[in-house]
Design a protein around this ligand. Structure first.
Ligand SMILES: Cc1cc2nc3c(=O)[nH]c(=O)nc-3n(C[C@H](O)[C@H](O)[C@H](O)COP(=O)(O)O)c2cc1C
Length: 335
């Protein structure tokens, strides 16, 4: 069975990649993921904002843990070698890139033009196989249009891609109005891959204390459709790699994402919930399913159900909504 895939020009043994999370924040964590069979790891992001505030990912995670449900707190490993700012982050990346046989992809969340370019250069120098740009800012200024937000996003990619020699991927939020247009612009600006989609801290209000809290519940497979649709719609239509992100609980979601055209499938919540070893279960399930269904490789199923297969377009788009709604008309409800 040939599970090999290519992502960002990197040759990978199979398509399951460990997404950025506390599990990929330390050398030990990344080593554990390699031992569990990850095809590549995306190191937890370097956050310019946190560096500037002399804050750390560790503080963010522990705050998150105490503010949200007890379930989440138990997922956070001890980030012993992570609480070291930029130099600690770069050292961890350097050591992981040298020690691991699988590609270590760095992740960067910048806030300023100099930050994006400067830290990207440092991550590349530290040995990253590629860089994933974790772009997220909430446009709260009414004077800033959607077109302006897109222009800023494209500019970040253009500047970073012009600075580093390694492939640059961009991990997007799902909140853009014309994803295909933006995708084409990003590719033109130098993006070698799109990661669809990121997931963010969600604010809430504690009615007992009337305090605004933040939480990040782990995902479930119910989150799959959003990324599934957009991978399906962009597959073979953009000249870059596509990485699926969100809602991968088991091999079932891995297979679905490959069927709609993902080159790799990334997973964070499931590994936090079940441990890195869950990755080998997913891989075994993928291999089994391919064999049982008469396929001899991952390439044989990639994109089989994407939007370029016209018979499936309606099912991916709104038209089908109407049909689905009729299932819920009075008298047709199934209890
Ligand atoms: C606790 C936690 C920490 C995360 N940290 C990062 C991060 O540092 N950088 C990043 O780009 N994404 C981060 N993510 C997002 C994941 O990489 C992933 O894109 C998202 O959780 C969706 O995948 P999933 O449904 O498999 O969890 C984090 C997610 C979780 C749950």
């Amino acid at each position: 069975m040939n599970l090999a895939t290519r992502y960002l020009g990197l040759q990978l043994a199979h398509p399951i990649v460990a997404a950025a999370s506390p599990l990929t924040a330390t050398l030990d964590g990344m080593r554990r993921l390699e031992d569990a069979g990850a095809a590549a790891v995306v190191m937890a992001s370097l956050y310019e904002e946190q560096i500037r505030a002399e804050d750390t990912a560790y503080a963010l995670y522990t705050e998150q843990g105490s503010n949200s449900q007890a379930e989440a707190a138990s997922y956070f490993p001890e980030l012993v070698d992570y609480n070291n700012g930029v130099s600690g982050h770069l050292e961890t990346l350097q050591r992981a890139s040298a020690a691991l046989d699988i590609p270590v992809i760095a992740s960067l969340n910048g806030t300023t033009a100099e930050g994006w370019v400067g830290y990207a250069r440092e991550l590349a120098q530290a040995g990253a196989a590629a860089i994933e740009l974790n772009v997220y800012s909430v446009p709260v200024d009414p004077a800033v249009s959607g077109a302006e937000v897109e222009r800023q996003t494209v500019d970040i990619v253009r500047q970073v891609a012009a600075t580093v020699q390694i492939p640059v991927a961009i991990k997007l939020a799902p909140y853009f109005s014309s994803m295909p247009h933006l995708a084409a612009e990003l590719v033109q600006a130098g993006a070698a891959g799109l990661v669809l989609f990121n997931r963010y801290y969600a604010p809430d209000i504690d009615l007992a204390t009337l305090r605004v809290t933040r939480s990040l519940p782990l995902s479930t497979a119910a989150e799959l459709p959003l990324s599934l649709v957009w991978i399906a719609l962009l597959s073979r239509r953009v000249a870059c790699s596509l990485a699926a992100s969100r809602g991968v609980e088991t091999d079932v979601e891995v297979i679905k994402y490959l069927l709609v055209g993902a080159d790799v499938v990334t997973t964070a919540s499931a590994l936090l919930r079940h441990g890195p070893e869950h990755l080998s279960t997913m891989r075994a399930g993928l291999e089994r399913w391919l064999g049982e269904n008469g396929f001899d490789s991952v390439s044989a199923i990639r994109g089989l159900k994407d939007a370029t297969h016209v018979e499936h377009v309606d099912a991916l788009l709104r038209a089908q909504y109407v049909a689905a709604l009729t299932d819920y008309l009075p008298g047709k409800l199934v209890s």
